[in-house]
Design a protein around this ligand. Structure first.
Ligand SMILES: Cc1cc2nc3c(=O)[nH]c(=O)nc-3n(C[C@H](O)[C@H](O)[C@H](O)COP(=O)(O)O)c2cc1C
Length: 175
């Protein structure tokens, strides 16, 4: 794949919030997770964990603590991607908090793009009540949920979302 193919691949992805109920196979789920495990991480500590949620009761409970977002109710699978503070802080102290957030965010990005490569749709979902998710999944205190990645197959929106001009992000030499 050359760089313009890669840009095309990225540009064709969009968040999908309507799913038609087709499940993901175990093999697809495993492939996505294997891709995520290739992600870089601070000190190669991989300070992230993921809870794979298939069960309907748990998915509905997650949707509820995510302010009733319906795509979470519909998605056949939700990956709850978490930062593992202990894994990172044991080497990096306070800085490990930041690294664990970064590690989990990168891993989640890899999952989202791996799914896209497999023609599986997703929606990164960050609006949820942390304590609510903790309670639903019985998470220990050192585990922070950072994203509910809804996965399924469905209807991409008719129009892709726009972006700022690249130059609006870019500063050269100094701010
Ligand atoms: C950190 C983060 C949090 C997000 N939270 C939500 C969310 O709670 N609900 C939702 O429907 N989409 C959520 N999204 C998806 C964004 O709305 C979406 O990525 C953005 O509008 C760009 O659209 P696109 O993904 O289709 O390119 C989130 C995305 C990110 C990266």
């Amino acid at each position: 794949m050359d760089s313009s193919d890669f840009l095309g691949f990225l540009t064709r992805r969009s968040s999908v919030r309507e799913y038609d109920g087709r499940p993901l196979t175990d093999e697809e789920i495993t492939n996505i997770l294997k891709c995520a495990s290739t992600a870089p991480s601070a000190g190669n500590l991989e300070a992230w964990d993921v809870i794979v949620v298939n069960g309907e009761d748990t998915r509905l409970a997650l949707a509820e603590v995510a302010y009733g977002q319906q795509h979470l109710e519909q998605a056949p699978v939700i990956f709850v991607v978490c930062s593992n503070y202990v894994r990172s802080m044991s080497r990096y102290g306070e800085r490990g908090i930041l690294y664990a957030l970064e590690d989990a965010t990168i891993a989640c990005t890899y999952m989202m793009l791996a799914a896209h490569a497999m023609d599986i749709h997703s929606c990164w979902t960050g609006a949820f009540d942390d304590d609510g998710v903790r309670e639903v999944l019985d998470l220990p205190q050192h585990i922070r949920p950072i994203a509910l990645l809804a996965l399924g197959r469905g209807n991409p929106p008719a129009h892709l979302t726009g972006r700022m001009e690249v130059g609006e992000h870019v500063h050269r030499e100094t701010w």
